[in-house]
Design a protein around this ligand. Structure first.
Ligand SMILES: Cc1cc2nc3c(=O)[nH]c(=O)nc-3n(C[C@H](O)[C@H](O)[C@H](O)COP(=O)(O)OP(=O)(O)OC[C@H]3O[C@@H](n4cnc5c(N)ncnc54)[C@H](O)[C@@H]3O)c2cc1C
Length: 391
């Protein structure tokens, strides 16, 4: 087994490190502390900057302006973006990944032509609307309906916690068109453009972390869309959503890796500089062992992410469970590592001027978004029982 990155992957890493340290990281604190209106403006600028260096096109076909790079290369670039600013990673991922990947895999030629080149350039922003006020983990219990009226569909319902809701030009919306088929079976995915009559967006939520990435509700009140707004086939929406979330889980694991790696870097630097009792605090085992643990957990997260990315790339049937494994580890590692980083910084770690304070708040989302840790463990356990549990 060869663990070396290819020369192309090494150069991606080098370019993204340089770019993100110069262009994205210096804006992270400002983005975190900005007003909602300023967040919308600043995050769009960050997305455009990253689009200009090809980040949003890495997972898209060349025919539409993408570079169609492998998933490990995408994770390498993603780690650097997340290290610089986790909010920017999340908003880019919601647009080019959660919105863009279903378009890539299930969209018609006309739909891809309409949206993908703009998504890659950061000129069109997308979002993914699955979660509802009463249905998150239990996504098959969504209440949103779509009723056929002549050659049009009428959508009614509310989606909540939607990343990019306030800045998106277009939303993917999952709705039941036929409940008789049973949980999940009669769900269809629709493309709904901003400005469509009956489609509105709530005020953004005031969040604990990822404050630089806007989150709000999508509201559909007798919202009519044409037949051409159906993504792929009618009744395939739930499967499309679940397949998209496999990519999303690798993405969420990657943003957690970026958070962990940044915390490790900051704790290392601070502990060399900060003195107590006449010595740098990294000379005390209580501190140096914390930093050693941070490194161990970060490295394991990276390896698990590369393993899941490779499996997904190779269309390995294990890919789904490996994505869950990577997500659980990386998200829980980021929560623990960011807490240790705050601890290493002592009182300064509790002050907003120090980025570990933001990273600590950001980290928690990893255990919730794209499927909670609990549901990932359920999926992993079910897979183990299927393989080894007997009848
Ligand atoms: C900042 C942010 C951004 C988001 N972005 C998006 C987005 O862009 N698009 C989108 O569609 N969604 C998005 N989400 C929603 C996110 O995916 C959901 O919040 C998540 O799936 C959990 O759903 P829930 O909040 O309804 O929690 P619930 O499903 O109500 O879960 C509550 C608790 O119960 C546990 N639980 C539930 N069922 C079980 C079970 N069977 N066994 C054991 N424990 C269980 C959960 O693990 C959790 O601990 C976002 C959320 C946040 C906070």
């Amino acid at each position: 087994m060869n663990y070396d990155l290819t020369s192309e992957q090494l150069s991606i890493k080098e370019n993204f490190v340089k770019f993100c340290v110069k262009e994205i990281e210096p804006r992270a604190q400002m983005l975190d502390q900005a007003s909602h209106d300023d967040v919308d403006k600043l995050i769009k600028e960050n997305i455009r900057k990253l689009a200009d260096i090809g980040y949003l096109g890495m997972g898209h076909e060349e025919a539409y302006g993408g570079t169609d790079l492998d998933l490990i290369s995408q994770a390498i670039a993603g780690e650097e973006v997340a290290k610089a600013c986790a909010s920017t990673f999340l908003s880019c991922g919601a647009s080019s990944g959660l919105f863009g990947m279903p378009l890539r895999f299930f969209g018609s030629e006309a739909q891809k032509k309409k949206y993908i080149p703009g998504i890659i350039k950061g000129e069109i922003l997308g979002c993914f609307g699955l979660t509802e006020p009463e249905a998150g983990t239990d996504a098959a219990s969504i209440k949103t309906n779509a009723v056929k009226k002549g050659d049009r569909w009428v959508i009614n319902g509310t989606k909540t916690f939607i990343t990019n809701a306030t800045i998106a030009d277009v939303a993917l919306v999952f709705a039941y068109n036929d409940r008789e088929k049973g949980p999940g079976a009669g769900v269809t995915c629709f493309l709904v453009d901003k400005g469509t009559k009956g489609f509105s967006v709530s005020k953004p939520f005031d969040k604990m972390g990822f404050r630089g990435s806007p989150t709000a509700e999508l509201i559909f009140e007798d919202c009519e869309v044409p037949a051409g707004a159906v993504l792929g086939e009618v009744g395939r929406g739930f499967i499309q959503a679940m397949q998209t979330l496999e990519y999303g889980r690798i993405g969420m694991a990657t943003v957690c890796l970026g958070i962990a790696a940044k915390c490790l870097e900051l704790a290392n630097k601070y502990s060399k500089e900060r003195k107590a009792f006449g010595r740098p605090i990294n000379r005390y085992q209580e501190i140096s062992f914390k930093i050693a643990d941070m490194m161990i957990q970060t490295d394991v997260a990276r390896l698990l992410i590369y393993q899941a990315a490779w499996a997904k790339q190779m269309k390995d049937p294990e890919a789904a469970v490996l994505a869950s494994v990577a997500k659980v580890w990386a998200s829980e590692a980021a929560t623990q590592i960011s807490s240790m980083a705050v601890q290493v910084h002592g009182g300064y770690g509790y002050i907003k001027e120090f980025p570990v304070e933001r990273l600590y708040r950001d980290a928690k989302l990893g255990e919730i978004g794209e499927g909670t840790s609990e549901i990932q463990r359920i999926l992993i356990a079910k897979d183990l029982i299927r393989k080894y549990g007997g009848k």
